[in-house]
Design a protein around this ligand. Structure first.
Ligand SMILES: [Cu+2]
Length: 256
């Protein structure tokens, strides 16, 4: 099946095409059922019209066509579920890449923006503690932890990832339920206070793509936009090096 069949939005992640494909198979089956049922309805209206059937027949249908149609629909649904949906979920959602070979990012939603945190050049996140949380340090970052000195904190527009590399994003929230949605990546995960939920994807096209909040989270919900900047691996290394060393001004979520 071709990508972006019937004009779905741009796909820039490896698993995205499979997801759209499944969506179209399901729509195909639903379309078939819709046309089939509508045709049957019209047939029944005509076939059992009052002029030729003045008296009701209480015996009903004597053949088994409807049974076979029902079996056919059930088998098709079973194939979609077991043959497509379950394997896709297992591969694209459950099966995580190794953290060592991935870019690991922590994203925290709050009213009304996204805080993105990177472990910096040493690849280790600095400690966070809920007791350290203040207005200036909403993620409770421990300023004494040396591992956190090179951590990178950005807000909204500055989430960078390298193209062709697995990205693992740990998603949480500071206040209400938000939802991290990157449509072109076909990624969507609720940001839940008190939980850190990982998702993963592999971007396959350089460019800038919008991050949206997909849960109505308050008056500023529609303004809760971010941007994910997919770069070449070289540019990404430069970006990390340039940003790192700034230290974490705010922080992460130490709910794990
Ligand atoms: Cu939100």
């Amino acid at each position: 099946m071709t990508k972006n069949f019937l004009g779905t939005p741009l796909i820039v992640s490896n698993h995205g095409a499979g997801l759209d494909e499944l969506t179209w198979y399901i729509h195909g089956l639903m379309g078939l059922l819709f046309v089939g049922w509508a045709a049957y309805f019209l047939y029944v209206l005509f076939r059992f019209r009052r002029t030729v059937n003045p008296k009701a027949d209480h015996v009903g249908v004597r053949n088994h066509y409807s049974t076979w149609v029902e079996v056919g629909v059930a088998v098709t649904e079973g194939v979609l579920l077991l043959g497509f949906a379950v394997p896709l979920w297992a591969k694209s959602v459950e099966k995580f890449p190794a953290e060592k070979e991935s870019v690991v990012v922590r994203i925290t939603g709050r009213q009304f923006n996204w805080i993105t945190r990177y472990p910096g050049t040493n690849g280790i996140f600095g400690k966070q503690d809920v007791r350290l949380v203040t207005a200036e340090n909403p993620l409770g970052i421990d300023p004494a932890d040396a591992n956190g000195k090179d951590d990178i904190m950005t807000q909204n527009s500055e989430m960078a990832v390298p193209v062709g590399t697995n990205v693992i994003v740990h998603i949480s929230s500071l206040d209400v339920i938000h939802s991290f949605k990157v449509f072109p990546m076909r990624v969507n995960q609720d940001a839940i206070p008190g939980m850190s939920v990982p998702v993963h994807f592999q971007p396959n096209k350089v460019g800038r793509y919008p991050i949206n909040c997909a849960q109505l989270c308050g008056v500023g919900h529609s303004a809760m936009k971010g941007e994910i900047n997919v770069m070449s691996p070289e540019d990404y290394q430069k970006w990390i090096a340039a940003k790192s060393g700034g230290g974490g001004a705010a922080g992460k979520n130490e709910f794990e």
